[in-house]
Design a protein around this ligand. Sequence first.
Ligand code: F6P
Length: 368
Amino acid sequence: MAAEIQTIAINTGGGDAPGLNAVIRAVVLAAHNRGWNVVGIRDGYDGILHASEYPDGGIIPLTRASVRGITHLGGTILGTTNHGNPLAFPVTQPDGTIVEIDRSDEIIAALRKAGVGALVAVGGDGSLSIANRLAEKGLRVVGVPKTIDNDLDKTVITFGFDTAVTFATECIDRLHSTAESHRRVMVVEVMGRYAGWIALNSGIAGTADAILIPEIPYDINKVAEKVIWRERSGRKFSIIVVAEGARPKDGDYSVIGREIGRAERLGGAGARVADKLERLTGKETRTVVLGHLQRGGTPTTSDRLLALRFGAAAVRALAEGQSGIMVALDPPDIRYVPLNEVAGRMRCVPTDSDTVLAARDLGISFGD
Ligand code: F6P
């Protein structure tokens, strides 16, 4: 029988995603409605690992008033970070070398000292791996899946994804008119890391002519053929959607940064495609990188609803005595899946999925 809960903590980690505030609100209200107190850890685990740098101590009380009117707001009122992983925390030695140490015990000790009986950890792959380790070490933890990339295993969808795709689709719509007016090729680079979900869904919805995703390495000549074919059939413009993780058949990801303790930063995939296409087709080509705009702004109704459902389900799971699990969408239900089955696993676009087949049936090229 799990010990009675009096106080739970919540934190948000990794890149922000629209819907985080809705999760926080749902967790706080569902917990208070059970008579529990809630505290929030600032900036992932930084509020604990760098507590002395926070005038408020890094762990703050979350009351009903703290979460009033935040459901529709992008970002996270708790702050977040995608570096300084507490399991591999980089520490600079006197000789300048960097070693990585595991600081998870400090987190558990700080939470126990604050009277916290359980943690709701909201995040993507990295944050859920940390949550899994904390659960293995005895902390009661429930994970909530978040990422605009939609690349988490065991849940059909993550919140943030719909908002990112909706925004990218609207951008592609807008680019159509300028591309057609100037008879240009417009290359749109979207986020998604090593998965092509955002590119695929926004590309189909925005009626792109080619979609390049990491799961299907492309041959630039095939993409050029598509542009030239359109030109000959009187369609003097083309829209090419490129996932930031797209790569040529004979090449690698486009990486712009590698730092210890951080995931590698992708970027430049769109420019690489545009440069080659301009040379191969002779057509004026422009690149638009949607970047962090995809992470900002108000969450769509569908993301808000999912985030609120996930937050409420996380508290329900704790009330049922669950730990070491993640709440996951398995329509029409929310289910619990073991965190150790999610940690370290990435869900890519299946290349034989109905969505990919639909795109092919619509004449969209994947450059293969
Ligand atoms: O994982 C979310 C994401 O937005 C990816 O799509 C992107 O590669 C990455 O984060 C960007 O991270 P940063 O905020 O560090 O630039």
